[in-house]
Design a protein around this ligand. Structure first.
Ligand code: NDP
Length: 285
């Protein structure tokens, strides 16, 4: 993995996706950020040094995110912008239309990564939806395509019925839900795992005794330790915060390393405990 240096002492790891595209391993998520709040939050993130932003049509803040991107001095080619097609927009033609609408709200002429938000298996449209993503990729309107919340069986269908491998699978992942089996499958197929709710939504994991003890040993916060654990597991992370000090705190995770024993101790915290729904049961439209 290459190390790039940003603003003074901050560093960033980049991963190389299976199509050769480089992606920052740490990005900034904006779920549950109001459109008008998203501009300030993203502006702060860009100022701190994040260049990867994760939004979605359903977050209803693509406009606010776009505004921050336009106002920023970071060149477009240094940004990595992800958005997602929502469940109601699935299907080939609908997805192409939804993509155009997302692009317009963002004020961009391409996105770096376009993802299917949920497989919603009951509707059985995710293969057709993915074929629309393949068209967007072939037309050069997205730099990479992937999925979110796909279980192994959903990934297997994409691998068997489509041409282009997803570059990543964005799923809920944190020390209470470590996703070993899915991670192993993804690694075998050269698909990155990207963790959503990497901080368990600011939940109990940040008060876990082991996490707090490790944080103290490194002079870091529990959130930084959890993010570092994700990074050392080769997972891409996109923590969200609207608090300027936390936006900064979550970025400062490249100047320390967890030992093998500390990594193991955190791996053992797994409880298979989710914040969000099980992908196979999430069929909301
Ligand atoms: P996170 O695990 O990133 O946690 C965010 C919460 O933690 C917020 O309440 C935030 O508070 C708090 N927080 C942030 N930093 C710290 C810190 N250093 N110390 C203590 N608390 C902190 O949860 P998200 O669910 O937002 O997940 C991250 C991103 O993943 C989303 O924003 C979205 O982009 C993506 N996502 C994708 C999904 C999908 O289905 N594909 C589903 C869910 C999320 P505050 O903001 O008040 O500072």
């Amino acid at each position: 993995m290459k190390l790039y240096f940003f603003k003074g002492e901050c560093q960033m790891n980049y991963v190389t996706l299976n199509n050769g595209l480089k992606m920052p391993q740490l990005g900034f998520g904006v779920w549950q950020v109001e459109d008008n709040q998203a501009t300030d939050a993203v502006a702060k993130a860009l100022e701190v040094g994040y260049t990867s932003i994760d939004t979605a049509m359903i977050y209803k803040n693509e406009k606010g995110v776009g505004k921050a991107l336009q106002q920023s001095s970071v060149p477009r080619e240094e940004l990595f912008i992800t958005t997602k097609v929502w469940n109601t927009d699935q299907g080939y033609e609908n997805t192409l239309r939804a993509f155009d609408e997302s692009l317009e709200r963002l004020g961009l002429d391409y996105v770096d990564l376009y993802l299917i938000h949920w497989p919603t298996p009951e509707y059985d449209q995710y293969v057709d939806t993915y074929k629309a993503l393949e068209k967007l990729y072939k037309d050069g309107r997205v730099k990479a395509i992937g999925v979110c919340n796909f279980d192994i069986e959903h990934l297997e269908r994409i691998l068997n019925e489509c041409e282009i491998k997803p570059v990543l699978n964005q799923v809920e992942c944190h020390p209470y839900l470590i996703q070993s089996e899915l991670k192993e499958f993804c690694a075998k197929h050269d698909i990155f795992v990207e963790a959503w709710s990497p901080l368990q939504q600011g939940g109990e994991v940040l008060k876990n005794e082991s996490v707090m003890k490790i944080a103290e040993a490194h002079g870091k916060t529990p959130a930084q330790v959890v993010l570092r654990w994700h990074l050392q597991n080769n997972t891409i992370v996109i923590p969200k915060s609207v608090t300027p000090s936390r936006i900064e705190e979550n970025f400062n995770v490249f100047d320390f390393e967890l030992s093998t024993n500390e990594m193991e101790e955190i791996n053992k915290l797994n409880r298979n405990e989710r914040k969000g729904p099980k992908p196979s049961e999430m069929n909301v439209r």
